[in-house]
Design a binder for this molecule. Structure first.
Ligand code: 5U1
Length: 674
């Protein structure tokens, strides 16, 4: 690579600085200093310089937003500081209660001023800056662990790749919401319509779908925007003594914040703000579903603390959800993956907040009985944000003659098995298990999903066909499919059929925790599968465990223990498991650990990088089954870096920190010797 002359280096640095400054004027201050043509000219000059001297390209150059290669999957990110959720207020009374509770806790005479901002209807994100450079962007996920969507987030023009000035903390995690402004959303859908593609139901779905693209070039074409409303880890401690002060600091670093931020002296002013913003809701350029109020003093916030994962110092005062009136045509029953039978109202199609609604959930029979919803009724239907539309209430006075109460069917509408509703459960369930086609499809989809057996290429439509052909009655049947069978299916040439067979073969090498999760027990999610696998070490031991024994497992209480023991007791479940093992599914058994601390790799942190010969999820799960933690980024706390082919910056960082580096062969040796 030719060394750039000093003059070119200086000019490139100057251009980067000018472009960053104009981004700040445009996106943060909403006050551009130059016309678009001048901005474009600066950008073109920088692109030309970088083309002439590739050595000038830096990771944070404004030309480097798009360019990362498509991913196979998103890596998992552990949040250094959990991402919180918010409690809701639905009325003025709720707001008064919230304020009274906070003042009571702060002590007599305490006065509270609040910071107020719109609550955007988007997707929460955490942006990690190290030494002023954007190094990682992660979704909220479950609040503790999210997904690494860095390459996609880098394409969002309003998100700075480098913070302004020099006065930033060494580590700063800015948090906020990614959203699609309405104008961009309308244009996006118009484009989709003109190409005959699927349109998005609302801006929130469009934002979520855009961020979850494996190819950053797709994300780059979506009109995403960002507002920051707080921070996670900050190496220098708090940025200011008030929330509004912190937001000013973040803004001065070039991070976009809501222009609607206001500091209000008391709860009455909050209610005024709420009313005024509510009146302007429809003219804003983005969807909002309420107002977030936060105690402005950070000292008071610290005193108030948290309840569960929501702070006691913040609340989302929601706007009334959008509702409409329509007629119930019928009440039908859907069967889910776990056999749960959900009553659904089929409706005369109606527009609710701009979206056509023709089905609404009735949740369960308790709800149906409580609301007394009947076919023929006129009902209020509500749709709020991403929530499934629901029937709110029946207009009894408009009930036609001759309607009859809805009753739970005694047989499953899909497979005719008996429907069971136990005393302790509000949910009714089909007892057909894997015999029920509705459950079969969902069970197989779940079985093949990424966190389960990770069978690439086994999509929804294909599973549907396999079931319609009557080739797959339980997950083990997948492993008897032949090339001839698969190649004859719709949209499946021989090559795709062979790819699927290869993926099935690869999936046979798994881990006990993946296998347990794949069995699809409602009570055994990813975390419980891991703790069970770690504690028992083998399927044999787990099959023999009784409820008491199971309850010795961390986080397994009496209800989960009872369900798990009953699952392993049932003959048809044992048969499916045996069939799967006979099909060749295998994993490395580990020494059972009575407590997680006794696992051989407990306390060790691994990072995986580069291109590896097995899916990362599988290596991760093998390591976790021995008690290791697998993280997405290298730090002083990393014990080992597992580096595959073409490892890049993580490998460099690990070397500079003196972290022990393993190739795949060395990792296998380490695991074998445990
Ligand atoms: N405007 C705003 N939205 N929002 C969402 N502020 C805000 N704060 C949040 C969330 C989840 O959480 C804080 C408690 C950090």
């Amino acid at each position: 690579m030719p060394e750039a002359p000093r003059q070119a280096r200086a000019r490139a640095a100057d251009l980067q600085q000018q472009i960053n400054h104009h981004n700040y004027r445009y996106y943060v201050l909403d006050d551009p200093e130059v016309p678009d043509s001048e901005y474009d000219r600066l950008m073109r000059e920088l692109q030309q310089l970088e083309a002439d001297y590739p050595a000038l390209i830096t990771r944070d150059s404004p030309t480097q937003r798009v360019g990362a290669e498509p991913l196979e999957a998103f890596a998992e990110v552990q949040h250094a500081v959990p991402m919180l959720s918010l409690g809701n207020a639905f009325s003025e009374e709720d707001m008064l209660d919230f304020d009274a509770r906070a003042r009571k806790q702060l002590g007599a005479g305490a006065s509270i001023s609040y910071a107020a901002e719109p609550k955007l209807d988007g997707l929460a994100i955490s942006l990690r800056y190290e030494h002023g450079i954007l190094v990682q962007a992660a979704t909220r996920g479950d609040g503790k662990r999210g997904e690494d969507v860095s390459s996609n987030v880098r394409t969002i023009p309003s998100i700075p790749l480098r913070l302004l000035g020099e006065d930033w903390p060494e580590v700063l995690e800015a948090r906020g919401e990614i959203f699609i402004p309405r104008k961009g959303f309308d244009e996006l859908n118009q484009r989709a319509r003109s190409r005959g593609e699927k349109v998005f139901a609302n801006p929130r779905n469009a934002a979520a779908g855009s961020l979850r693209q494996l190819d950053p070039r797709v994300t780059a074409a979506r009109p995403l925007a960002f507002y920051c409303y707080g921070y996670g880890a900050v190496s220098s401690g708090d940025l200011a003594s008030t929330y509004s002060g912190c937001i000013s600091v973040l803004k001065s670093l070039g991070i976009p914040v809501s222009p609607e931020l206001a500091v209000l002296q008391d709860v009455n002013a909050c209610m005024d703000y709420y009313r005024r913003l509510g009146e302007r809701r429809d003219v804003l350029d983005y969807d909002i579903d309420g107002v977030v109020f936060k105690v402005n003093s950070l000292a008071q916030q610290a005193e108030l603390g948290f309840v569960s994962r929501a702070p006691r110092w913040a609340v989302a005062h929601k706007f009334p959800a959008q509702e409409a009136l329509t007629r119930v045509l019928d009440v039908e029953f859907q069967v889910g993956r776990t056999g749960a039978i959900t009553p659904v109202a089929r409706l005369e199609p109606v527009s609710v907040g701009g979206v056509t609604v023709s089905n609404a959930t009735l949740h369960n029979m308790d709800e149906v009985e409580k609301k007394d919803v009947r076919a023929g009724d006129i009902v209020f239907v509500r749709r709020a944000g991403d929530v499934i539309p629901e029937v709110v209430r029946v207009l009894q006075e408009r009930r036609p003659e001759g309607t009859r109460p809805v009753t739970l069917p005694s047989r499953c509408p899909v497979c005719d098995s008996e429907v069971i509703r136990t005393e302790s459960e509000v949910v009714a369930r089909c007892s057909g298990g894997l015999y029920c086609a509705a459950q079969r499809k969902e069970a197989i989809r779940h079985f093949s999903s990424r966190l389960a057996m990770d069978i690439e290429g086994l999509g929804d439509k294909l599973v549907q066909q396999l079931i319609e052909q009557d080739w797959v009655h339980d997950p083990a049947d997948l492993y008897s499919l032949t090339l001839e069978q698969l190649a004859g299916l719709e949209r499946m040439g021989r090559k795709s059929a062979q790819n699927l067979l290869d993926a099935l073969e690869t999936s046979k090498q798994t881990s006990l925790s993946h296998f347990l999760y794949a069995l699809g027990r409602r009570e055994v999610g990813e975390a419980t599968s891991q703790t069970l696998a770690r504690r028992f070490g083998s399927l044999r031991a787990l099959r023999e465990a009784d409820e008491e024994d199971l309850q010795q497992t961390p986080d397994v209480g009496p209800v989960v223990a009872a369900h798990v023991a009953s699952f392993f007791r049932q003959q048809h479940n044992r048969e499916v498991m045996d069939k799967l093992l006979q099909a060749g599914i295998t994993w490395q058994e580990s020494v059972p650990a009575s407590t997680p601390d006794q696992a051989p790799l407990s306390g060790q942190t691994f990072v995986l990088t580069g291109s590896l010969s097995q899916p990362r999820s599988r290596i991760k799960s093998r390591l976790e089954s021995h008690g290791a933690r697998v993280s997405g980024s290298v730090s002083g706390k990393t014990s080992y870096l597992v580096a595959g082919e073409a490892a890049g910056s993580k490998l460099e960082k690990a070397r500079s920190l003196g972290v022990q580096i393993l190739d795949e062969a060395a990792l296998e040796r380490l695991l074998e010797n445990l």
